[in-house]
Design a protein around this ligand. Sequence first.
Ligand SMILES: NC(=O)C1=CN([C@@H]2O[C@H](COP(=O)(O)OP(=O)(O)OC[C@H]3O[C@@H](n4cnc5c(N)ncnc54)[C@H](OP(=O)(O)O)[C@@H]3O)[C@@H](O)[C@H]2O)C=CC1
Ligand SMILES: O=C(O)[C@@H]1CCC=N1
Length: 273
Amino acid sequence: MSMNELPRIAFIGGGNMATAIIQGLITSGAQPDRILVAEPLKQKRQELTNQFGVLPFPDASTAVCDAGVVILAVKPAIVETVLSQIADTLLPNAVVISIAAGVTIDAMMSLLSASQPVVRVMPNTPALVAAGMSVLCPAPHTTDAQLALATRILDAVGQTATVRDESLLDAVTGLSGSGPAYVFLIAEALSDAGVSCGLPRPLADQLAIQTLLGSSQLMSQTGEHPAVLKSQVTSPGGTTIAGVMTLEQSGVRGALMQAVQAAWKRSQELGAR
Ligand SMILES: NC(=O)C1=CN([C@@H]2O[C@H](COP(=O)(O)OP(=O)(O)OC[C@H]3O[C@@H](n4cnc5c(N)ncnc54)[C@H](OP(=O)(O)O)[C@@H]3O)[C@@H](O)[C@H]2O)C=CC1
Ligand SMILES: O=C(O)[C@@H]1CCC=N1
């Protein structure tokens, strides 16, 4: 299926994640006039239309009436309100994709007809530059073809993986969903460190960002384990092992593990509400 053959896609909510996915779809060749966006804020609707040529709607129920895919990209707390708004106008075969953290398939199904295809997805913001990571979990009654359609949409903005055990999505949220924030925090800290050692800020920013990017590409392209690549940087008695030792002494590994676990638990709490 080429991008031009995708069904009409309605986004409910035109915020950060919706913008990232829309950008990826259009870059991959999707037709802007087959993408509909329901967004209450007039200025945001206008910006999306001006930037991408997508069709703007002030309310969700009109946007979904002839959409084959509906992507729920609103805050978790209002997913159920939106589902109640669209339940009557949704096409029976429209694939409902929710990217909301912690909103379970059961919670969604309680507001939809029992045969409505549903896929829950956890994406991340690098989708904006087609380097996202999205993990999909289909509802048990969703067909392979419907899952393949959802996968195709998310493939446009980066890599995809599928899990069948929905509870794993909380861990996915803690790692790849929230993970970009941890990486940005690390980049900021590395740049600050460079400045503290006398580097001008623009150069420190460039070094921090390119070091993270280059190291990620090296891991991804060689397929080598991070521990092997780390050992290639650490010369015996050299500079790197001195830096690594202070990171170990400050418990950086434990801190990162605790961060992922805290986000995992928060996702479980959101799902239990
Ligand atoms: N940001 C991220 O990194 C990730 C986010 N997610 C999930 O994606 C979802 C969206 O997050 P994000 O894009 O960051 O949030 P945003 O706040 O940027 O986007 C949500 C948008 O929905 C709009 N909205 C509110 N009510 C309605 C409604 N009734 N109908 C249509 N649109 C409405 C909001 O408008 P207004 O501003 O006027 O309220 C806002 O523009 C969340 O559920 C989050 O859990 C998942 C993975 C990663
Ligand atoms: O912080 C959040 O709740 C959302 C979900 C994952 C990333 N952002």
